[in-house]
Write a protein that binds this ligand. Structure first.
Ligand code: PHE
Length: 339
């Protein structure tokens, strides 16, 4: 083979070589482009050829060198890029787990309750958690130094300021600021200085309702709460009202729903009676209406209040109230599908 044929043959081989990996690229470099490579050998042979052929062969050799270098540069770029891609998109790696949040069980229950009252035309009102004596107690007909204040073990900040013990305080604010008809519910967090146990915590959540208009009666109260219970607990749910006492309502009652005692859990929850107390209610005391500037000749109203935790615990079979506030993901994740 003369040198021209050799150059042609080498050129063809270089063109035919497949370079896909970094290893193949390096092999190519060693074979053709280093001092000990094939091209150097050809350049050495070039020195031996007769002068009249040098011009033509020299050109061919330069072209060969350029195409070898060109191929190396081009493949280098491709190989390096694909190495990067392999790292970025290694399809065999396990996926990154994007964990999705979920609503807190208390929010789920609270939202369900709010939806029902909204349908009945109740608005939502909110107020401060740090409250003055007037809105939490005095306006609600708790006489000063009256033992009724002990019913709600209060966290006092100073003599006149405390953490609200119920969201009835919000309703006082609504009555002071709005004219009847008033139809509102106040959801929110409340605080009581109670010994912490599986059944009670130093804070919890309430939804309280207030309806004031001309001619509102106890029958309206019963019907509203009955409708709520049917929608929330199911149409066949039985309820009963028991007489009770609250300073701000007269007459006052507590409402129970009937669970029966068939299961051990229902027996435990209802202390063997079959009835579970879910809320307090009553006709707003005339003194409260007066304190809030409402014309008692014209208007009357009812109020009710219930604890969200108690109902959530009953609905989801939660045995310890404290689990609601520990934010243990393993607990919270169980409510994913509900909210
Ligand atoms: N505020 C009462 C409580 O916290 C509940 C209640 C509200 C009772 C309205 C009667 C009427 O226990």
């Amino acid at each position: 083979m003369n040198i021209k044929e050799l150059i042609q043959e080498t050129k063809q081989r270089i063109e035919d070589i497949q370079i896909e990996t970094a290893k193949e690229l390096e092999e190519f470099r060693l074979k053709f482009l280093t001092k000990k490579g094939e091209l150097t050998e050809l350049f050495n042979a070039f020195k031996e050829i007769p002068n009249e052929e040098k011009r033509e062969v020299g050109q061919l050799l330069n072209q060969l060198k350029q195409s070898a270098q060109g191929k190396f540069d081009e493949r280098k770029e491709v190989v390096e890029e694909s190495v990067g891609e392999e790292v970025k998109y290694d399809k065999t790696l396990p996926g990154v787990n994007v964990s999705q949040g979920s609503r807190h069980p208390l929010s789920i229950v609270q939202n369900n309750m709010i939806d029902i009252f909204k349908q009945m035309g109740f608005s939502i009102s909110e107020g401060p958690e740090i409250e003055d004596d007037w809105h939490n107690f005095s306006a609600l007909n708790f006489p000063e130094n009256h033992p009724a204040r002990d019913m709600q073990d209060t966290f006092f900040i100073d003599k006149d300021i405390s953490l609200r013990t119920h969201t009835s305080s919000v309703q006082v604010r609504v009555m002071e600021n709005e004219d009847p008809p008033i139809r509102t519910i106040s959801p929110g967090r409340v605080y009581r200085n109670e010994a912490i146990s599986a059944r009670s915590n130093s804070f919890f959540h309430q939804i309280e309702g207030l309806y004031i208009d001309e001619g509102v009666s106890f029958a309206d109260l019963k019907q509203t709460l009955f409708l709520f219970v049917q929608q929330f607990f199911g149409e066949k749910t039985k309820v009963r009202f028991r007489p009770s006492y609250f300073p701000f309502t007269e007459p006052s009652a507590e409402m129970d729903i009937y669970l029966g005692t068939a299961t051990e859990e229902d027996y435990r929850l209802t202390k063997g009676t079959g009835w579970l107390e879910i809320l307090g209610c009553g006709m707003v005391d005339v003194n409260v209406l007066k304190n809030c500037g409402i014309d008692t000749e014209k208007y009357s109203g009812f109020a009710f209040g219930m604890g969200v935790e108690r109902i959530a615990m009953f609905q989801y079979g939660i045995k310890d109230i404290r689990t609601l506030f520990e934010n243990d993901i393993r607990f919270l994740e169980q409510f994913k599908s509900l909210g």
